[in-house]
Design a protein around this ligand. Sequence first.
Ligand SMILES: NC(=O)C1=CN([C@@H]2O[C@H](COP(=O)(O)OP(=O)(O)OC[C@H]3O[C@@H](n4cnc5c(N)ncnc54)[C@H](O)[C@@H]3O)[C@@H](O)[C@H]2O)C=CC1
Ligand SMILES: O=C(O)[C@@H]1CCC=N1
Length: 274
Amino acid sequence: MPAHPSPLPSVLLAGCGQMGGAMLEGWLAHGLKPSVVLDRHSRTVPAPHTVVSTLDEIPAPFQPDVIVLAVKPQKADPVLDTLAVLYPQATLLSVMAGRTVESLTRRYTQANPKANPVLIRAMPNTPCAIGAGMSGLYAPPQATDTQKAHCAALLAAVGETVWVEREELIDSVTAISGSGPAYVFLLAELLEKAGVEQGLPAENARTLARKTLYGAGALLNQSPADAEELRRRVTSPGGTTAEALKVFMAPDAWPAIVPRAVAAAARRARELSS
Ligand SMILES: NC(=O)C1=CN([C@@H]2O[C@H](COP(=O)(O)OP(=O)(O)OC[C@H]3O[C@@H](n4cnc5c(N)ncnc54)[C@H](O)[C@@H]3O)[C@@H](O)[C@H]2O)C=CC1
Ligand SMILES: O=C(O)[C@@H]1CCC=N1
C-alpha cells in the first residue's frame, strides 16, 4: 500500500473500535490527509492526525472530506446529533449494519433542521486491517461523483469494493462478507479442536487449521477456477475428503445451515435499520 503519491481524503473517524480501527490501520499505511479519530477509549495515532474523546474537542477549523460513522448502530444517535450541528453539510460514510440512509438522514436533520447531509453506506470487514478487506457500497442518487469517489477511495485503500444498486442489498453484503470473517474464524476454531481430538498436539492443530484456511483462501483468491472445481481437485474418488464431504454436504448439514445462518444475519441487519 503506497504512502504516496495520492493521500486518502481527510476523515473524521467516529468510532475506532474493531471495524474503525481495522480501517484506520489500512488508511495510515496508505497515507491519509490530516484526520481526526473520535473514540472515548484512549487511542494513539501518528502526527499529523489527532485523537479526541468527545466531539467538542475537535479543533474548530477541521473540516473533513468524509465523516466515517463506525460506532454501533444502537449508539449512533448522540453522535449524529452533535455532528449535525458541527458539520451540517457533511459527506457521511456509514459502515454501520442495518441503519438506513433514511433513518440516519432523519436523525441528522431532526438535530439540525438546516443540515443537508449526504449519506453513503458501506459494509466493510475486519481484514481491511491488512489490506484484504471486502466492502460493499451503496450511494443514493443525490451523492455526487466526488463524494462517491472519496468513499470508494477509502475502502479501495483497504481491500476490494463492489457497489450495489439498491440499498437493501447492503443487508445481504453484511450477511456474507461483513459477518463472513467470523464464519471462517469459527471454522478455524472447530478444525483446531477436532485436530486435538485426533491426537495432534494443540500447537500443531492450531498451525494446521490456520494455515489451511490461509492457503485455501489465497488459492481461491488467485485461481480463476470456481470454488466447486477447487473442491473437486482435493476430493479423490473413494478417498478421505469424500468421506468428510459426505458429512458436510448431507442435505441437513451445510447446504441447509449456511443459507439459514446467512438469512439470520440479514434479518438482524433489517431489524437494526430503524
Ligand atoms: N466488527 C466488524 O467486523 C464490523 C463492524 N461493522 C460496523 O461497524 C460499527 C462498529 O462496530 P465495532 O467496531 O465492531 O464496534 P466497537 O464497539 O468495537 O467500536 C465502536 C467504538 O465506538 C466508540 N464510541 C461509541 N460511541 C461513542 C461516542 N459517543 N463517543 C466516542 N466514541 C464512541 C467506542 O468507544 C468503540 O471503541 C458497527 O456499526 C458495526 O455494524 C461493519 C462491518 C464489520
Ligand atoms: O456483527 C455485526 O453486527 C457487525 C456487522 C458485520 C460484522 N459485524
